[in-house]
Ligand binder design. Structure first.
Ligand SMILES: [Zn+2]
Length: 167
């Protein structure tokens, strides 16, 4: 069932609209922590979602993976709205969150590892970052499938279904 990996692109640089300003120098990138939004189930357990999809020339996606990049079984799938939330996973420390944004096929990718869950936020460490055509730190081969899934979802026009789950 895996995804066919597209051929590697050289990833040209170039300007992107709406780029988020990042405080702090590039040298601090590896230790950078971010707060990712999570939700709570009806019983109060933390949930994090696969979401996103593509539009005509742009797109963004969030993919959820296990600590070693593996697919996880979602707690819920749906509701199938275009570029909305497509699968909910129980959030736990150690799991990976991969966010990809693309503009005309030019990508920015962040790979986070959740360190701690507090309230409706997951404190996450940025462990790999791709921008302007290169990785700050090359991700291991074990993360390749999940990263490609995030890129594919970010260009999946009006995406309505999960891309990276265990059935
Ligand atoms: Zn899709």
């Amino acid at each position: 069932m895996g995804f066919r990996l597209p051929p590697k692109k050289p990833g040209p640089g170039g300007g992107r609209p709406g780029e988020k300003a990042r405080p702090g120098g590039e040298e601090e990138m590896e230790e950078k922590m971010e707060m990712l939004e999570i939700e709570r189930s009806i019983r109060g357990t933390p949930r994090i979602c696969e979401k996103g999809g593509g539009f005509t020339n742009t797109g963004s996606a969030q993919i959820i993976a296990g600590p070693n990049g593996e697919r996880l079984k979602p707690k819920a799938v749906g509701p199938g709205f275009a570029c909305g939330t497509h699968a909910e996973f129980e959030a736990f420390p150690g799991m990976l969150v991969i966010q990809a944004g693309q503009w005309r096929g030019d990508y920015e990718i962040s790979v986070y590892r959740i360190v701690e869950i507090t309230g409706n936020w997951a404190k996450a460490q940025l462990i790999h970052r791709f921008e302007r055509g290169e990785w700050n730190v090359d991700p291991p081969e074990t993360l390749r499938e999940a990263i490609e899934a995030a890129k594919k979802k970010a260009r999946c026009y009006h995406c309505r279904r999960p891309h990276y789950i265990l059935p």
